[in-house]
Design a protein around this ligand. Structure first.
Ligand SMILES: *[C@@H]1O[C@H](CO)[C@@H](O)[C@H](O)[C@H]1NC(C)=O
Ligand SMILES: *[C@@H]1O[C@H](CO)[C@@H](O)[C@H](O)[C@H]1NC(C)=O
Ligand SMILES: *[C@@H]1O[C@H](CO)[C@@H](O)[C@H](O)[C@H]1NC(C)=O
Length: 222
């Protein structure tokens, strides 16, 4: 009786563990261990984490400062604090940490001046939130990014129609290939993770439809 209960427990623990195959490509599927590809943006809705920076990227890229430098190389910078709009969001990456708040929030930089990101807040642009998969149950070190294309501030800073897929594709287009910032040069290769999320708008913030794909980026420092 006890032995069979232990066997059942052992079996459920084995089943709960994310597959090894995922670790080989640098991330664990959050849904394999109770998480989701949608973050938590309010009651029963979320924004898709539609870009993953592989845990097999150069280690420096996966740190806060290193990611910020890479983000600058592809046209983002730290948020304009004076025009900060929107509450932090949280996500469960299936790594045993449960829901954790975003680590960094970045907006597209439209120029080299300090005003760059402030301008983005006024005219709209690309926007991303960063979540790190580093809990002990799925410690890939990968960064999950929720990327969206926003309306300008007069439109109340919501997401443009189809803004998740558009934002993702714009970020990927800017990232793939060779980029550099502050003396660091990056080589980035993409891989499509087809239909890892449900296709359509169910559970998606603002009722915006998504194609269900995420893009895995492996970023190497040359
Ligand atoms: C996330 O941040 C909000 C606002 O700062 C805070 O109230 C909340 O407790 C945080 N949640 C987690 C899971 O850390
Ligand atoms: C903001 O968007 C609205 C609607 O698309 C447009 O009419 C307006 O000119 C935009 N404002 C700026 C500053 O780009
Ligand atoms: C995991 O990532 C979070 C968010 O960046 C960080 O605060 C925390 O220290 C990290 N945990 C470990 C064990 O490195």
């Amino acid at each position: 009786m006890l032995a069979s209960a232990l066997l059942l427990l052992a079996a459920s623990l084995v089943n709960a563990r994310p597959s090894k195959v995922d670790a080989d490509v640098g991330f664990f599927d959050p849904t394999a261990n109770g998480g989701s590809w949608l973050d938590n943006a309010g009651t029963d809705v979320g924004e898709p984490m539609n870009v993953v920076i592989s845990g097999l990227s150069s280690p420096d890229v996966l740190t806060d400062d290193g990611f910020l430098n890479f983000a600058r190389a592809i046209g983002f910078s730290e948020e304009c604090l004076d025009i900060h709009l929107g509450a932090p969001q949280s996500a469960n990456l299936g790594d045993g940490n449960g829901f954790v708040n975003q680590t960094i929030e970045l907006r597209q930089d439209f120029g080299n001046s300090e005003l760059g990101t402030c301008l983005e807040s006024l005219i709209g642009g690309n926007h991303l939130r960063v979540f790190r998969q580093n809990g002990s149950e799925a410690n890939s070190g990968a960064l999950f990014l929720a990327v969206s294309q926003e309306e300008n501030v007069t439109e109340g800073h919501t997401i443009v129609p189809n803004g998740y897929d558009i934002g993702r594709d714009a970020l990927v287009a800017a990232a793939v290939g060779t980029t550099s910032f502050d003396g660091v040069t990056y080589s980035t290769t993409p891989e499509t993770l087809t239909a890892v999320m449900p296709i359509g708008s169910a559970g998606v913030n603002h009722g915006i439809s998504i194609d269900g794909n995420a893009i895995l980026l492996t970023v190497n420092i040359d």
